[in-house]
Structure formats: C-alpha cells, structure tokens
Design a protein around this ligand. Structure first.
Ligand SMILES: NC(=O)c1ccc[n+]([C@@H]2O[C@H](COP(=O)([O-])OP(=O)(O)OC[C@H]3O[C@@H](n4cnc5c(N)ncnc54)[C@H](O)[C@@H]3O)[C@@H](O)[C@H]2O)c1
Length: 462
C-alpha cells in the first residue's frame, strides 16, 4: 500500500482492557477504532464475494472502503455491493480489472483454494499488497512461486489464518512455548475433525449469472453439479433449506480438484499453530517423512478419484509427521478439535474456545513476563478480536511495509505438511521429504503431485 495520503493506523492507543482472565496481562499497544477519519481509510479491491468475504469485510469495515468487486457469479457480486458498499463499488466478472485500478490500495482474495495463487501473484506484480484467504495455495509448487514473486516484488502478503491474532488463546499458548514453560517439545497434535461426504450429485443447469467455466479456472473443465436437500423445520417451526451439495460455492472444499479437503481447510489453521509452536521451540528444520491412514468416500487410483460425481476428499485420517531430532506431529480427525502441545516440562491444549493444562494454571502465580505476547507477535500492534485484529495487522503492515503475522514463508512451511498429507492420503503410502530441496524422495509419482496440470488459458505469467 502506498505510504502517501493515509495516516491510517499510525497512532495506537495503549493499555486497553480485556476480559478478566487472571493471568492475562494486556499491556500491549492496540490499534483500537480510532482511525475512522475519511482520509485515513484504505481503498480495497475484493476478488471473490462469498461467505468468508462477508465475515472479513465486517471485521475490517472501520478502516476500509470497497471500491471494486470481482466475482464470476454476478448475483453474488451485486448482493455484496449492495450490502457492504452501498451499491457504489465498481463490479467486474474479471478480477484483472480490479488489479488494474489505480484507486485500489490493497487487494483481498477470497476465492476458492484453486483460485488463490494466480490473483495473488498478479496482484503483487501489479504493485498491490494482498490479504489472501487460507490455504494460500492448491499445491506445493504454487507456494514456491508465491514466495519467489513476493521476494522479488517486496509486496506485503497476509494469509487469512486469523488464529494467529487470537491473543487470549493461541498467541498466549505460543508465548508459553517461547518462554520455555513447556521445555523441549516432543510432540504436537492438530485435531481438525472429520470431513463431509455426499450422495451422488446430479449434473444440473448452471445458474444464471454464474460463469462456470471461469469459476473452474485452472482445473480441467467438468459439469456443474447441484443437489438441494429437503427443507427442515427449526425449533420455531420455520422451514429452512440445508446447504446444497454441489461442486461449486462453499462445497468446493470437499473436492480434491479445487482443494485439499479438511487437511488443508482446517489443517491451515491448526497445523499452522502446531508448526508455529515447533518453530518457536527451535525446530527450524522442516519435516523428513509423513505416513498414516486415510479413508475416502470414493476409490482412488494413481492418486485420482475414480468417481467424479460426489465429494472425494479424505473424510477420516491419522498422519504422523517426523522431524529431525525425533519430534513428531500428529494430524487426525477423531478427537477434540484443537492443538495439543507436549513438552518435557508439561503440556497444553489450545482451541478456539479453550486454553488448558498445568503450565496455564501455573500462570496464576507466575505470569508471563511483560512483552511475552508481543515478542511472538513480531512486536506488532494488537487488537482484541481475532478476525478484526488479523485485518488490522495486515493494514498496519501494508502501511508500514512490515512482514505480517501470517507471512507467506511461515504459512508455506506448514501448508507443505498439509499438502504432503494429502498426497500421502491419495496415494495410500508414506512419503520421505527433502525439506531443503522441497522434493519427495525416491517416489516419482508422488513428486509429480507437487504441482497439477493447469488448463490452457489459466497459466500464471510472471
Ligand atoms: N479464515 C477462515 O476462517 C476461513 C473461513 C471460511 C473460508 N475460508 C477460505 O476462504 C476461501 C473462500 O471460501 P468461501 O467459503 O467464502 O467460498 P464461497 O464459495 O462462499 O465464495 C467464493 C467466491 O469466490 C467467487 N469466485 C470463484 N472464482 C472466482 C474468480 N476467478 N474471480 C472472482 N471470484 C471468483 C465465487 O463465485 C464465490 O462467490 C476459501 O479458500 C476458504 O478456505 C477461510
């Protein structure tokens, strides 16, 4: 973001109170809501106006104005414009029109996973800073490209793993690790829950306003599928339609073609926290091997689903990831959603609702030193609400050209693990990993899955 006219977030309030948690000392600067003046506001170009864009724009609304929206579904773009921009934003089907605009300061990419890398790379090349939703990429090789272009352009890229800005839970857990309260970490566990399956979903007419070919983008073209289940009654007797089964909006995450399934969808949140803990504990080297078991709703042959008429990503799984020195990470679906961190001196569990364990209890008598949270948060200003705070972090970093809390390097370090779990699941065998070369060792078929064939017309030009 250019440093020009905007005094945005340049001043920070201090010492704001947070809910009473006895051991939690909020002594850091906070971004607060103080910058609402018109000339402080940031002009945002939005690419993808679906579910998460609605939540994100709600979180960032105090600081941004949406000046342009791109969506391949004209109805979604129009509805979003009316709801969040008073109908005043310019609306396009082709996101490149948003990137071209001189009046756009920053870009938000909130498209499905198979449509992240290309607009992120092109936004950086167009000189824009980007907040992109997680998981940043569809493949390991896309991550190599994003890191390369980010280094060459120097643009700021924040990934939407907002758990990194949840201070009372995840950041406090990271501070406990960084302050040595758990000792050397032996094992981390990311429990991310099972994934959806579906009945056979029939081919259906493409809805008016949706450019299905462009929605599919780089992925080989296939039929649009849609199945609306019957309405159910809520407790007040009101009829409600369930979310439809489809290979498009929202449900794309259960198709390996467009996503890595639960392993990257929630993996991008909890494997991120588990990997962050290991790194703060001095485990700077990446993994050496991954193996385990996975159950899919359809048969796979040579890493590809045999049936293409229903959800196909892994519904159940249990993977173990080996790190140098004997540390292990477990990724599983079948226990309480959250991250368990086990060290030689104690263990903690952290989730979106809970932080527990003896080292947490011990904080009552021996609180974390002042500045411990700020240290793991790269000494950047903080906000109380995690989604709002994650946006404030991005906008502050864009203005001040600093590395945000969820940067592309730390994100890809953990997303590589999620992608490797997906490759291992699809092939049904363990993999050895050369982290320095970012290659699977001694398995040509698996190595070929570090990237995917890109449909003609959707290649990324750098
Ligand atoms: N951080 C979080 O907690 C969180 C939560 C939910 C979703 N997400 C992520 O956000 C992303 C979007 O998920 P969602 O649930 O909002 O999906 P969604 O299907 O509701 O919305 C995606 C939108 O992108 C549009 N789109 C597709 N291709 C496009 C293109 N080429 N150009 C412009 N628009 C295009 C679609 O038409 C749709 O409106 C996913 O990557 C998902 O993993 C993150």
């Amino acid at each position: 973001m250019p440093n020009s006219r905007r005094g945005f977030l340049s001043t920070c309030a201090t010492g704001a109170a947070v809910a009473a948690v006895p051991y939690f000392h909020w002594t850091q600067r906070t971004l607060a809501d103080e910058t609402k003046a018109k000339n402080d506001r940031v002009a945002l170009g939005l690419i993808g106006s679906g579910d998460i864009a609605n939540a994100n724009i709600g979180a960032a609304k105090d600081w941004i104005d949406i000046v342009a929206i791109a969506d391949v579904d004209a109805n979604r773009a129009a509805g979003f414009n009316a709801k969040h921009a008073g109908g005043k934003a310019a609306v396009f089907e082709d996101y490149r029109k948003v990137l071209e605009r001189k009046d756009v300061d920053v870009i938000h990419v909130a498209t499905p996973d198979h449509w992240h890398t290309k607009p992120v790379v092109e936004a950086m090349l167009a000189g824009k800073d980007v907040y992109c939703e997680k998981p940043l990429t569809l493949t390991i090789d896309e991550g190599k490209l994003i890191r390369k272009v980010q280094k060459e352009t120097g643009r700021i890229v924040q990934v939407g793993t907002q758990q990194r800005s949840a201070f009372k839970l995840f950041v406090t857990a990271m501070a406990l690790v960084a302050e040595g309260r758990l000792g050397r970490i032996k094992r981390v566990q990311a429990a991310i829950g099972p994934a959806s399956s579906s009945p056979v979903i029939p081919v259906a007419a493409v809805p008016a306003g949706l450019n299905w070919d462009r929605w599919q983008g780089q992925v080989p073209a296939t039929d649009f599928r849609f199945l609306q289940g019957p309405a159910t009654k809520d407790k007040d007797g009101k009829e409600k339609l369930p979310r439809p089964n489809t290979n498009c909006h929202y449900e794309f995450r259960w198709w390996y073609e467009y996503s890595g399934g639960k392993l990257t969808d929630w993996g991008a949140h909890h494997v991120d926290i588990a990997t962050w803990a290991l790194m703060l504990n001095g485990q700077t080297a990446g993994p050496t091997a991954i193996g385990g078991t996975a159950k899919h709703p359809v048969a796979f042959k040579d890493g590809m689903p045999v049936e293409r008429d229903r959800y196909n990503t892994a519904t159940e799984f249990h993977f173990t990831v080996d790190f140098p020195g004997g540390t292990q990470m477990v990724i599983r679906h079948d226990t309480d959603n959250g991250v368990l961190i086990e060290g030689e001196k104690g263990r903690i569990f952290v989730s979106r609702g809970k932080l527990s364990g003896e080292p947490v209890e011990a904080l009552k008598d021996d609180p974390l030193p002042e500045g411990a949270l700020a240290k793991v948060y790269k000494n950047l200003p903080m906000e109380h609400d995690e989604r709002k705070g994650h946006w404030a972090n991005f906008l502050y970093c864009a203005k001040n050209q600093k590395e945000p809390i969820s940067d592309v390097h730390s994100h890809m370090r953990m997303l590589n693990i999620c992608h490797l779990a997906g490759i291992s699941a699809r092939l049904g065998r363990s993999l050895k990993w050369d982290d320095a070369a970012e290659q699977i060792v001694g398995d040509d078929q698996a190595n070929a899955m570090l990237s995917r064939p890109v449909r003609k017309g959707y290649e990324i030009e750098t």
